[in-house]
Unconditional design. Structure first.
Length: 288
């Protein structure tokens, strides 16, 4: 009887903690969606309402002009395209270079292997602001395009992460796979491309998606490198300078609508690749 009570108590505590965590994670997104469907008058209501309510009648009323304003804003739509290009190419480059580096660090033997891993790990510890001024000076000296500058600068935080995570996956692959391929006459590159790389698909999806999210949401580098070239602004910067079409004051509702639209592609990608993401995050957790 005591065991049953303890088990029931543990379940209650577990579901209580789970409810708090879910509420903590989802409530900001819910509030953003709620705000995006409110007019300026609805946003001015006190106390704030958990649903868009008409100030006069008190009935639920969704204000859709915020989304109309966002889709009619050329700067925001251009920012979506720029963010897609920058985040997409950053992810591809990080996976391409990172997988090669991870293969070398995880499966090949060479001098300086361990110090190289420590250097890669140390690169992830530097705040962006510490390298911003020097990086901006180098890019100005080379006279690089703003979009190319962002792609190359985003590699500073996506490439070390990708390399470090992929190295752990390559280390866990049995060495017998490489030995069998060598016996069959495969070169190291053929072994990497045709045998080992497909086995690390969960890691590629996980690191690729996280790199894409990091590049998609990055603000500091984007704000700095697009300060002159306005047409190259990405979505976070475009939202910052979003003036609004219908709101006469600060366009909070329109900015929230823009934030919701920007979040949707990430949610869709996570839902599509959720199985691979779980495999990538849990691989190596249990050794048999």
């Amino acid at each position: 009887m005591t065991k049953l009570k303890n088990l029931s108590l543990k379940k209650v505590v577990f579901y209580l903690v789970l409810t708090v965590v879910i509420f903590y994670l989802l409530f900001p997104f819910y509030w953003a969606v709620n705000t995006s469907f409110k007019s300026e008058a609805q946003l001015s209501m006190t106390p704030a309402t958990f649903l868009p309510v008409d100030p006069e009648t008190g009935e639920v009323s969704f204000y859709l002009r915020n989304y109309e304003a966002v889709f009619e804003d050329d700067q925001f739509m251009r920012g979506l395209l720029n963010s897609t290009i920058v985040a997409g190419f950053t992810t591809l480059l990080a996976l391409l270079v990172g997988s090669f580096a991870a293969f070398a660090l995880g499966k090949l033997r060479f001098k300086g292997k361990r110090p190289s891993l420590y250097v890669i790990l140390a690169m992830t510890m530097f705040p962006q602001v510490t390298v911003l001024s020097g990086l901006y000076a180098v890019i100005n000296y080379l006279n690089l395009d703003a979009i190319l500058s962002m792609i190359l600068s985003y590699m500073l935080f996506t490439l070390p992460f990708t390399t470090w995570v992929m190295t752990a996956f390559f280390k866990d692959l049995p060495i017998e796979i490489m030995q069998s391929a060598q016996v069959d006459g495969a070169t190291p590159f053929q072994t990497f491309r045709m045998i080992l790389l497909p086995l690390t698909a969960p890691a590629l999806v996980t690191t690729g998606l996280l790199s894409f999210i990091a590049a998609w949401n990055e603000y500091l580098f984007a704000l700095t490198f697009t300060s002159i070239d306005v047409k190259a602004r990405t979505v976070p910067v475009a939202i910052q300078y979003f003036a609004g079409n219908f709101a006469r004051q600060e366009p909070f509702g329109e900015r929230m609508a823009a934030a919701v639209i920007v979040t949707i592609p990430i949610v869709i990608l996570v839902l599509i690749f959720q199985r691979k993401i779980v495999q990538g995050l849990t691989a190596g957790a249990v050794k048999g």
